[in-house]
Design a protein around this ligand. Sequence first.
Ligand SMILES: [Zn+2]
Ligand SMILES: [Zn+2]
Length: 316
Amino acid sequence: MSSVVRKPQINAYPFEGEHVISLMVRHHLYSGIRDYGNAMSCLTDDYKQPVPYDFSRPLYRDIYEAFAPSMNYETFLGKYTPYYYYAPFLPASLSNQSSDKRQSAKNINRVKCATQWRHCGECVKDDIKNIGEAYYHVAHQIPGMSHCVKHGTPLFVPCNCCYRDLRLLHWIGLPHESHCPKCHTTYNNLDGYMDDDIEWILRTSLRFLNNEFPGLNLSILQQAYRDYIGVDEIEKYSSMIDKKRLTKAQRELDNYFAPALYERLFDRTSFNGNRKFVELWISQMTYSEKITVPICHLLMIRMLFGEIENIPNLMS
Ligand SMILES: [Zn+2]
Ligand SMILES: [Zn+2]
């Protein structure tokens, strides 16, 4: 009897910027095994819910270990998952990946299309031409991402008449250009309201995904927010004056951008009377253990500082 433990084999190697779960769908496809779960269960127990938005989960760790690549785990996460996009906005207790619990921002479903797999028709053409296959790019799965920054074209979402749950990639399969391969109708695209601020959010989101601001973290941001608002503490404010200052800052954030921008980014289900969108709540961004969708921080940063580089103490 041999004591050598054979590593489970993966039938595919990740393409540039490919989401780990897209890789798993290709693994399933090449395996010849009919059922997705059967193709996956030798690699990981965490194969259910193949969704685009988790920044941490056991699946990612298991696939990393099955590959045993020469890069470290964080680098792997950075290349093949949305991890770096979230990293600067995570509470300190979560910003190293030791726990590997399944994690995403609590209110991810309030950001429009954030839970759906998206693709760019032009990228699909390029990928087929250059490598012979289409796949899902991490860059297109960032919450709020509605356009391909490389091609400037609106992204497509899968056909909702053919696929029951648009979050689950093993149902949907690999991306096609602009038409559903089953019913041949044109995919819905995410074209819509666009202005300088949305364009900035899309571009800046990609810069986060590329880990361009390793010096930024949640405590620097929260300090900058408190300094701007003029309070020492937000989680439990001590006086009516503090409360008034916070309310004033909230009103500014709710009205700083074009009304159509909020509508474009957030789901209408989060509309709440006189407050515009409940997800865009400054206090939530300052709770030390809360994971807020980064797009809220991006809007706050845009309003207060214009550019990431202007955030105080970024380089310290
Ligand atoms: Zn593209
Ligand atoms: Zn269809």
